[in-house]
Design a protein around this ligand. Structure first.
Ligand code: SF4
Ligand code: MG
Length: 324
């Protein structure tokens, strides 16, 4: 199973008033063609920074990729000049965000927004075929009466509809890879389910590969084939979705799973949560970054950074408990 995208040893630094901090530290994973890879972790764990690094959309000039490779079809995107990235964004890799209003231009009509990537990348389309293409894209993402809405503005739409418009824009050029960064977090449960369903349906119909970023393990279970668990800028565990849920290894992953609401649990069961706080990137402890919250912490955890260990084929964990 060939990876379509391979992230290797990626480290990203941010400048702060107190000096540079590493928001992402030697992160690696493969996205297999046609599959969905989930990246899960609490906010601030480096999920979005990883996504922005792949797109080369890190905030400038305060953030930079310090080391590592992002290999797409044999090309290292990290080494590409910025101009070449423009032809990759949208056409090969697209991204959608949690807040569609940030991606949509409030003074542009739906027609203008959705036709934009097409006008740039397919200048040969005449006005009529451009309009037909925009209507098709909007209908495909479930916007009812799309041809009657071409002159509508973003603020005239509900949050769910705006998210659909953003998805239509992201899919306009049939990218090979879609990165979805918490695309449903701001939506209510029903709309969330519709959007997840939409992404799955489109993925199947055009054979796209997806990176799905979320803090919600329920979404991971529904949506993903493979999972990367991140904590404080590092990958702590990586496995296929069923293996991760059935046989989690890292104490952090176990804690996340234990705090998941369960359908079969009696109604008033108290959810366990992981006590303590994620350490700030400014004051990371030496050794394991999870040590202050870990129920299994040992002497060496305070001094030695855990190595990446393969506990099985395709199952990686970074924890001293498995280093035997
Ligand atoms: Fe816990 Fe130590 Fe494993 Fe870190 S390395 S998760 S502190 S047992
Ligand atoms: Mg985020």
């Amino acid at each position: 199973e060939e990876p379509i995208l391979s992230v290797q040893g990626l480290s990203v630094a941010f400048d702060t008033e107190a000096g540079p901090v590493r928001a992402v530290d030697t992160v690696g994973f493969d996205l297999i063609k046609g599959r969905t890879l989930g990246i899960v972790g609490e906010s601030g764990c480096g999920k979005s920074v990883t996504a922005l690094s792949i797109m080369r959309l890190l905030p400038q000039p305060m953030a930079r990729i310090e080391e590592g490779r992002v290999v797409l079809d044999g090309t290292d995107l990290v080494a590409l000049p910025p101009e070449s990235m423009q032809s990759i964004r949208g056409a090969s890799v697209s991204i959608i965000f949690q807040e569609p209003m940030a991606a949509l231009n409030p003074v542009h009509t739906l027609y203008k927004q959705v036709s934009e990537p097409l006008r740039v990348h397919k200048p040969e389309l005449n006005k009529k075929s451009l309009e037909a293409e925009v209507v098709r894209l909007l209908s495909d993402v479930g916007i009812p009466d799309a041809d009657g809405r071409l002159s509508a503005y973003p603020h005239q739409l509900s949050g769910g509809m705006r998210q659909r418009v953003m998805i239509a824009m992201a899919l306009a050029l049939s990218p090979d890879i879609l990165i979805a960064d918490e695309p449903t977090t701001a939506l209510d449960v029903t709309v969330q389910a519709q959007i997840l369903d939409l992404i799955r349906r489109i993925q199947k119909s055009i054979g796209m590969s997806v990176i799905f970023i979320t803090h919600d393990l329920g979404v991971i279970a529904e949506q993903c084939d493979d999972v990367v668990v991140m904590y404080a800028g590092k990958v702590v565990e990586r496995a296929g979705v069923s293996e991760l849920f059935e046989d989690p290894k890292h104490p952090y992953t176990k804690g996340l799973l234990d705090s998941m609401p369960r359908l079969d649990a009696p109604r008033k069961t108290r959810l366990s949560t992981i006590s303590g706080q994620v350490p700030g990137l400014m004051d990371l402890p030496p050794g394991c970054r999870f040590q202050n919250r870990c129920p299994h912490v040992m002497e060496r955890c305070h001094t030695e950074v855990p190595k990446d260990l393969m506990v099985r084929t395709n199952h990686l964990v970074a924890c001293h408990l498995y280093d035997v």
